[in-house]
Design a protein around this ligand. Sequence first.
Ligand code: SF4
Length: 486
Amino acid sequence: MTHPHPHDVHRRLSVAVQPVPKQDAEARKRNFDETYIGFDVNAAMVEASRCIQCPSAPCQEACPVSNDIPGAFSLLEVGDIIGAADKFRETSNLPEMCGRLCPQEKLCEGACVVGFAIRPGGQKEPPVTIGKLEAFATDYQRQQLEGYPMPRYLPKPTGRSVAAIGSGPASLAVAEQLALEGHAVTVYEFWPEPGGVLVYGIPNFKMRKSIVDEYIAHLEALGVKFVCNTYVGRDITIDDMLDGQHDALFLGTGAGVGNAMEIEGENLTGVHKATDFLVRGNLPPDQLPAHLREPLPKLTNVVVIGGGDTSMDCVRTAVRLGAEHVTLVYRRTENEMLGRGEERKNAREEGVEFAMLTLPTRIIGDEEGKVVSVELQKMELGEPDASGRRSPRAIKGSEYVVPADAVAIAIGYGADPLVPQTTSGIKSDRKALIQVDEGGRTSRPGVFAGGDNVNGADLVVTALADGRRAATAISAYVATLPPRRK
Ligand code: SF4
């Protein structure tokens, strides 16, 4: 890549950031459509031209899958949108999803030089809007092609069979990479539809479901098989699957077990784990298991507990379900919140109230066991804990009660212990996180793992990066095996 002339850098830095059109808050409160309408072609080309083509590309360094961002933008700014999309697809299986879901301010955009440069007069501008451009280019390409781009030739079958357990980002990346090499891949999923967290964790207003549906159809066209409604560890074990059926196995079961508050009233009717609340609010019953098919009732006062992105998904879902008062309760201040600032801004625009430095102490029900209110207590911040975040301390006598006909608990997720418990030879820690080496190899030959069941709850893009690394290691592993008996 050639370094742009200093005059060109000066000109590029003088281009103002292009706003990303989004639905007005009042309109979007009444629908589940995507909040962001996204760039049009002209705005995307102008925005891409703000990239100064840094030779060291700190944005690329900060990207867990090392997307060639300046390479893509050099094509996009001259109108080669499909070329830009292909550039993103060289290193990422899910660019339209990462463009929507990554916390870019902590990754590529947080490292973008354009956001640090001081213009004449001391003026600063935001970094290049990398995520929304990635989503734009790859959406445009799929629209033009009416689907995901297929390889020119399908590979010759290798005769090897690999199973991926779970169908979230890590397993989907494994499936695509291995299918492109000619391996037969079967993906097993507990939920009724494939996609894992992409379907059952991400609300439609952040990413429309059709994007995942199209990607699954693309994988099927590559030969990947999906087996749903199958709980590996209960309905079938890893030991069974490796007994002649598959040559290798990838565990991508994620971290989908919602943490509990362990306070009084948590089992009342109307108190939901975050995922249950989100899926019942966002998906039609036929895409849900039997115990979650009943739609949520009409809600008036909703309290959501937690400070991450999932809690924002819950409050914004509650708003769209027509709740009159939606309150987010978090025991620290906004400075300690781990989720995206952009999501908090969207939630505030939609009328969500934030109760900071506030801890739920009990959930109160009526005689029929249905939630009616939540007791809250005010907190103050004390000394930093081991992670450097200041620990909240309760203020005695500050308790108060707020009405609630639904409570959603979104205080983090853990890994499901069932697979490590029911599989011989796999090492895991006390949080059920599976131990792997840098290629995703577990302690049992032929069994690989990656994503949230290895790292703990993390990002889509980190799971995707793990899946790509594991696919390379799985491919190398199956190549060492003796031929399969017919
Ligand atoms: S850091 Fe920003 S300006 Fe530099 S190459 Fe990346 S996107 Fe372009």
